[in-house]
Design a protein. Structure first.
Length: 419
């Protein structure tokens, strides 16, 4: 009991300090000093601060889509050596700089890394912070604030600085909100990835908002080899993901047993597909639990994480996806396929508004399986309203995704196959 009280007091104190803006002012002063007040180099690399990664296909997809959509050298700033993997096709263009304290740290250790970061961005053409769903403080408040603060400091140097395609929660933490408002008022371009998030951010005082879409919609690689996982299957393919994050809140086994039984009854072959494998939210474990209930009749269980290009290879041959992970939904929609998505953190509503299919957004609660079954029935036909809306919206959504890299982007092929 005493320990819990002490932790709460410390957390409250930390939040209060973060909300003062003192850290932002210190970062700006120190970055200017260490960078020599240089304004960047148009011939320099694009620096990108990646999402956490490390067992998350979505974070890997964000990184790859950014590099694929830009030209020139890229310095990827990561929090650990295993945060991202650099595909061989991109290896000549990418240098990885591991700075674990830059986003997550504080004190002397962070100042040391901030100096190294400042000297890197001083010679950069641009700085991009992958925003995703990690800017509003709902996962890690300190990390959200630090991302906004370093972006503000770099923009003050005159470097093209942006926060790439991100959602904004309807109840953002105070310190994260203040940090983003300050960033947007001081030269950082906030690229909100859906209209719902844009409205929320504007209501919170964020300035100079530019609407975009998730940068993964701009991805240009597909690995068709993953289709071999269902070679010989003649039935329509349904991809089913069980989120380990949602499973931490309540058991989903009964719900997904109902969903998978319904998919089988409608003539589908089910691919049980994990998307994230981390200690605090492992989809492989969650999928295994469901598999133990439903068995392997008309079912393929993929017991490993695929690459983003392999995921797009599968979504390209699927007829529908049911998922608790947003980037599996995005890579499904990228292929023009409906993705019924369990809504967490207030981010899925905006995605579905973007593609004009709000009926694909389902709130996870005890009994949500029946809601998903109803959504399947409303979506299954080739001429369903959801499929028509996605088809109509997709070209515009992909154009919006390219806004994330305006001025950084190379000419792209329509789709590049990875073999």
């Amino acid at each position: 009991m005493i320990r819990r009280v002490v932790r709460k007091i410390r957390r409250t104190f930390d939040e209060a300090v973060l909300a003062t803006g003192l850290g932002a002012r210190a970062d700006r002063r120190n970055v200017a000093r260490w960078a020599g007040r240089r304004g960047g180099d148009p011939a320099g690399p694009h620096v990108v601060v990646t999402a956490p990664g490390g067992g998350n296909i979505g974070d890997q997809a964000l990184f790859e889509a950014f590099v694929e959509s830009t030209s020139g050298q890229v310095v990827a700033v990561t929090s650990s050596p295993d945060s991202i993997e650099v595909p061989s096709s991109l290896a000549e263009r990418v240098v990885v700089l591991v700075l674990p304290e830059l986003v997550y740290g504080r004190g002397a250790a962070r100042r040391q890394e901030l100096e190294r970061f400042a000297r890197t961005v001083a010679g950069a053409a641009s700085l991009s912070v992958i925003g995703a769903d990690i800017m509003d403080g709902r996962y890690s408040l300190r990390a959200s604030v630090n991302r906004s603060n370093v972006a503000t400091a770099v923009a003050a140097l005159g470097v093209d600085t942006r926060i790439v395609g991100f959602s904004w929660n309807g109840s953002a933490r105070v310190a994260a909100r203040r940090a983003l408002v300050s960033a947007s008022s001081n030269g950082v371009v906030p690229l909100l990835r859906d209209p719902v998030s844009a409205r929320r951010a504007a209501a919170d005082g964020v300035r100079h908002i530019r609407e975009s879409a998730d940068i993964v919609f701009a991805a240009s690689t597909v690995d068709p080899s993953s289709a071999s996982l269902v070679s010989g299957v003649t039935k329509p393919i349904a991809l089913v993901n069980v989120s380990g994050l949602i499973s931490r809140t309540f058991s989903q086994d009964d719900e997904f047993e109902l969903i998978i039984d319904h998919l089988r009854s409608t003539g589908h072959h089910v691919v049980l597909l994990p998307h994230v494998s981390r200690p605090k939210g492992d989809d492989i474990v969650a999928c295994e639990s469901v598999y133990s209930r439903v068995g392997d009749e008309d079912l393929t269980f993929v017991r490993r994480l695929l690459t983003p290009a392999q995921i797009r290879g599968l979504t390209s041959v699927a007829s529908i996806t049911i998922t608790g992970r947003m980037h599996l939904a995005i890579m499904t929609l990228w292929a023009g396929t409906p993705a019924i998505t369990l809504a967490t953190q207030g981010k899925v509503e905006g995605l579905m508004a973007l593609v004009g299919a709000p009926e694909l957004c389902v709130v996870p609660h005890a009994g949500f399986g029946a809601d998903v079954v109803a959504a399947i029935d409303a979506t299954i036909d080739a001429d369903s309203p959801a499929r028509s809306s996605i088809s109509d919206a997709l070209p515009r959504v992909k154009e919006l995704a390219v806004r994330n890299v305006d001025g950084l982007r190379a000419a792209q092929a329509v789709v590049e196959e990875v073999r």
